[in-house]
Design a protein around this ligand. Structure first.
Ligand code: ADP
Ligand code: MG
Length: 255
C-alpha cells in the first residue's frame, strides 16, 4: 500500500504537535519514525490511525483521502499497535488475538480465522500462552500478544508505536524481523516509531527524523542517521562505526 502525508498539522488545543509533516511510504516499505520524547512520533502515527484528526493537510492511502474511507474498511486496512495499550484483563491471549480477525469475520469464526490466529501466535512465539489471562503476562509478553493480534488482522498497513519498548534484545530483533518479512510478503507497508537508532538503521527502508513536531530529515537510514543529525536533534555526540555486520551508531556523550 502507498501512504502519502502532505503538510499534516496536528494540534492539541493551541499546541502544535505536528507541524507540516510530509512524507511518502511505498508498497512493501518499512519507514521508521525516530526523534526525542515529545517530538511528535505518536502524534503522526495516531493521525494515520485516525485516532486524531489533523487540523490541516492530507493523508492518503493508495491515493484515496483517508478521511473519506469508511471506518469498517480502515479497520481492515490499518493494524495499529499503540504505545500504551489497554487490555481486557478478563480475556485470555487466544481471545485477544482473535479480536484481530473481527473486521474480517462475517457471521461466525471460521476455520481459516482460527488458522490465521494460530499462525500469529506461532510467529510471536506465544502459542504456549494461548490460555493465559492478559493480567498474568509480563509487559513484554502483553506487547507480543498485541503484535500477534495485528498480525492476525493481516492489514495493508502496520502502524507500530514503539513495539519493542518492553522487549528483551532477542525479541526486539525477532519482532522487527517478522513484521518486516510479513510486510514485504504481503506487499503491505509498515510505519514504526522506534527509540533505538541502531534498530532503525538496520530494519528501515526509510527513516523519518522528527524534531519538535517538524520533519527534520527523511530518506535512507544511512543518509538520515548521520553524526551531524543525531547531534542536532538529540543533543548527543555519537560516532558511526563500520563493522563486519554493517554500520552501528555509538552514543558518546550528551552535549
Ligand atoms: P513522541 O511520541 O515523539 O514522544 P507525542 O506525539 O506523544 O511525542 O507528543 C508530542 C507532543 O504533544 C508532546 O509535547 C506531548 O506532550 C504533546 N501531546 C501529546 N498528546 C497530547 C494530548 N492528548 N494533549 C495535549 N498534548 C499532547
Ligand atoms: Mg510516543
Amino acid at each position: 500500500m502507498r501512504i502519502n502525508l502532505e503538510d499534516v498539522v496536528v494540534k492539541y488545543g493551541k499546541y502544535v504537535a505536528a507541524d507540516g509533516v510530509s512524507f511518502d511510504v511505498g508498497p512493501g516499505e518499512v519507514v521508521s519514525i525516530i526523534g526525542p520524547n515529545g517530538s511528535g512520533k505518536s502524534t503522526i502515527i495516531k493521525s494515520i490511525a485516525q485516532i486524531i484528526q489533523p487540523s490541516s493537510g492530507r493523508i492518503s492511502l493508495n491515493g484515496r483521502d483517508l478521511s473519506t474511507i469508511d471506518i469498517s474498511e480502515i479497520a481492515k486496512l490499518i493494524g495499529y499497535v499503540p504505545q500504551n495499550f489497554h487490555y481486557l484483563f478478563y480475556s485470555n491471549v487466544m481471545e485477544t488475538v482473535l479480536l484481530g480477525r473481527k473486521p474480517h469475520i462475517k457471521w461466525k469464526v471460521s476455520k481459516n480465522d482460527l488458522d490465521i490466529v494460530q499462525k500469529a501466535l506461532e510467529n510471536m512465539g506465544i502459542t504456549s500462552m494461548a490460555g493465559k489471562f492478559m493480567d498474568e503476562l509480563s509487559g513484554g509478553e502483553k506487547q507480543k500478544v498485541y503484535i500477534a493480534r495485528t498480525l492476525a488482522q493481516q492489514p495493508q498497513l502496520y502502524l507500530l508505536d514503539e513495539p519493542t519498548s518492553n522487549l528483551d534484545l532477542k525479541h526486539q530483533i525477532e519482532v522487527l524481523e517478522i513484521t518486516k518479512r510479513l510486510t514485504k510478503d504481503q506487499g503491505a507497508s509498515m510505519i514504526v516509531a522506534l527509540h533505538d537508532l541502531n534498530l532503525a538503521l538496520k530494519y528501515s527502508d526509510k527513516v523519518a527524523m522528527m524534531q519538535k513536531g517538524r520533519l527534520y530529515a527523511f530518506g535512507r537510514p544511512e543518509d538520515v542517521l548521520t553524526v551531524q543529525n543525531i547531534n542536532s536533534v538529540y543533543g548527543v555526540e555519537a560516532v558511526v562505526v563500520e563493522s563486519g555486520y554493517g554500520k552501528y551508531i555509538v552514543p558518546i556523550r550528551a552535549k
